[in-house]
Design a protein around this ligand. Structure first.
Ligand SMILES: Nc1ncnc2c1ncn2[C@@H]1O[C@H](COP(=O)(O)OP(=O)(O)O)[C@@H](O)[C@H]1O
Ligand SMILES: [Mg+2]
Length: 508
């Protein structure tokens, strides 16, 4: 639209080459200068100079208050003028902003719309004014105006055309700046969200060691193998390594090697050319290629078949590969991270995993400790997930009852942090919305015989702890049926009721 305007002007009134050059220069600024204030000033100053106007200004409309405010004002009284505000519909600028149409007034003293106050107050003599609206997506966002020519000649039609071009440039600059602003904000929000999502919670010595090791390898391209039980946070750690290193602005691509049979895995990893096999109707870019410049995280690497292991080894060694059905070698620069919950060294010694690939992947090995090996992290994690899941549902203020916390700390968490997260989420959804109670936790009362047997308790406390757990277990088993539970435990129902009161057990 703007280039079109320039073009039409060239046709209508032969502008000098230097004028056109200036306009081109401004168009260039509009797309490259990012400081909006600076850019608008530049546009208005150039307009003033080119049109030899005595003064000119740019006013922005604030839709909410219905007021126009001076953003830029040139001329000897510019600074004073900037202090004024104009209501929508008031004066010539207000009129143009309201109607959305340009206006040329050769003699303001003869025009009823003329808003004298500014001239009177600043003592700036004004005869003629040309005022043009600025628009973004059919909405008037402000106006640009010029006042009188320096040589006293009247403002003409050609000046109006030129002024329109400047108004368009200013609109475009404003629109761009607003878009960039919005993108920036959205980008910040997203980044923040991601950061929160990828935070690694925990203060235990075991976890700290793992994080410090991860940060050490982050800065190099060192291939790193993360070992640990399922749900311990191996992928989270891989993300930390990626984010803390020089590739952080490139993608980290994740491929789960256990999820796919060999032929599909190969296509996922390397991509394929059109017609490589039936159903390959168009070229597909594989994950190795997508990760170029960044990181490829191979999850559950221990599940990879020997055939795939050989192909993977080649990419890691040579830094290049072929798409399936392709003949051109493709070079990539990829950092490889992998994870497994298997004991790969054992897999190697038993011949199920290639030794050469193992050594390539295992340049550095990091072991994620199981959650039961760092139980001091449980309260931190439980509260972190409680906050997160409440937030997701617009809730807040829930607590974890001391008994529920004791139980969480006692439990062994075979599914590790993932299981803990799920348990807390379920408790948030299914619980009473006030606090997480023991009965809200879908934790099998494992190691019941050991329940409550901690050094520091008296025998009576330990026995009471056991009784509490045992009663809860039986109540849960019978769906809360007290008679049935009492029968199972070989006690009187009345005795059970007394125990429930004594131990403060509500229906399990
Ligand atoms: N230390 C931790 N802090 C916060 N969240 C964690 C932590 N460890 C694991 N998680 C969360 O638990 C889940 C499982 O972690 P993940 O990295 O996928 O484990 P793995 O890859 O070892 O199976 C994910 O939702 C992850 O965000
Ligand atoms: Mg995982």
């Amino acid at each position: 639209m703007h280039a079109g305007n320039l073009y039409r002007m060239e046709q209508a009134a032969p502008l000098s080459d230097s004028t056109i050059d200036r306009l081109r220069e401004i168009s260039h600024w509009v797309s490259s200068v990012l400081d909006l204030d600076q850019l608008l000033e530049l546009i208005i100053e150039t307009a003033t100079r080119m049109m030899r106007a005595k003064a000119s200004s740019l006013l922005l409309l604030d839709r909410k208050s219905g007021k126009l405010r001076f953003k830029v004002a040139t001329g000897e009284k510019g600074d004073e003028v900037r202090r004024f505000e104009v209501n929508l519909g008031q004066g010539i600028a207000g009129y143009v902003a309201q109607k959305g149409e340009p206006l040329l007034i050769p003699d303001v003293t003869k025009d009823a719309r003329w808003y004298k106050k500014i001239s009177e107050s600043t003592g700036f003599q004004t005869r003629s004014i040309a005022c043009v609206p600025m628009r973004v997506e059919d909405e008037t966002i402000g106006v640009v105006e010029i006042i009188d020519k320096e040589d006293g000649s009247p403002i003409g039609r050609e000046d109006m055309k030129l002024l329109t071009v400047f108004a368009d440039l200013a609109s475009m600059a404003i629109s761009n700046a607003r878009k960039i602003d919005r993108f920036k904000r959205e980008n910040e929000d997203l980044k923040q969200e991601l950061q929160d999502r990828y935070r690694i919670i925990g203060e235990s010595a075991g976890l700290r060691k793992v994080i410090s090791d991860a940060l050490k390898v982050a800065n190099s391209k060192t291939t790193t193998l993360i070992q640990g039980e399922s749900g311990t946070g191996k992928e989270l750690l891989a993300r930390l390594i990626h984010r803390a290193g020089p590739r952080k602005n490139q993608p980290m691509i994740v491929l789960n090697c256990a999820a796919l049979p060999e032929t599909l895995l190969e296509a996922e990893l390397f991509g394929y050319e059109r017609g490589a096999f039936t159903g390959a109707t168009s070229r597909k870019i594989g994950k190795v290629e997508l990760a170029d410049g960044g990181t490829l995280f191979l999850d559950e690497i221990g599940e990879m078949t020997p055939g795939m292991q050989a192909k993977l080894l080649r990419v890691i060694q040579e830094g290049m590969f072929y798409r399936v059905g392709g003949t051109t070698p493709i070079k990539v620069d990829v950092r490889f991270l992998s994870a497994t919950n298997r004991d790969i060294a054992k897999e190697v010694s038993e011949g199920r995993f290639r030794e050469d690939l193992f050594y390539r992947l295992n340049v550095v090995q990091i072991h994620m400790p199981a959650l039961r090996e760092r139980k001091e992290d449980i309260p931190l994690l439980a509260h972190y997930f409680l906050e997160r899941f409440q937030k997701e549902r617009g809730l807040h203020g829930m607590k974890i009852s001391p008994e529920a916390m004791r139980r969480m700390k006692r439990y062994d968490w075979p599914g590790n942090v993932r299981e803990l997260a799920n348990a807390v989420e379920r408790a948030v959804v299914m619980g009473n919305g006030i606090e997480i109670r023991p009965e809200d936790l879908p934790i099998a009362v494992e190691g019941l015989a050991r329940a409550g047997s901690e050094v520091g308790l008296t025998l009576k406390e330990a026995v009471d702890n056991f009784k509490k757990d045992f009663i809860r277990l039986n109540l849960r088993h019978t769906g809360g049926n007290r008679s049935h539970a009492a029968r199972l435990m070989g006690i009187q129902r009345t005795y059970l009721s007394r125990m429930l009161t004594k131990y403060g057990i509500r229906d399990a």
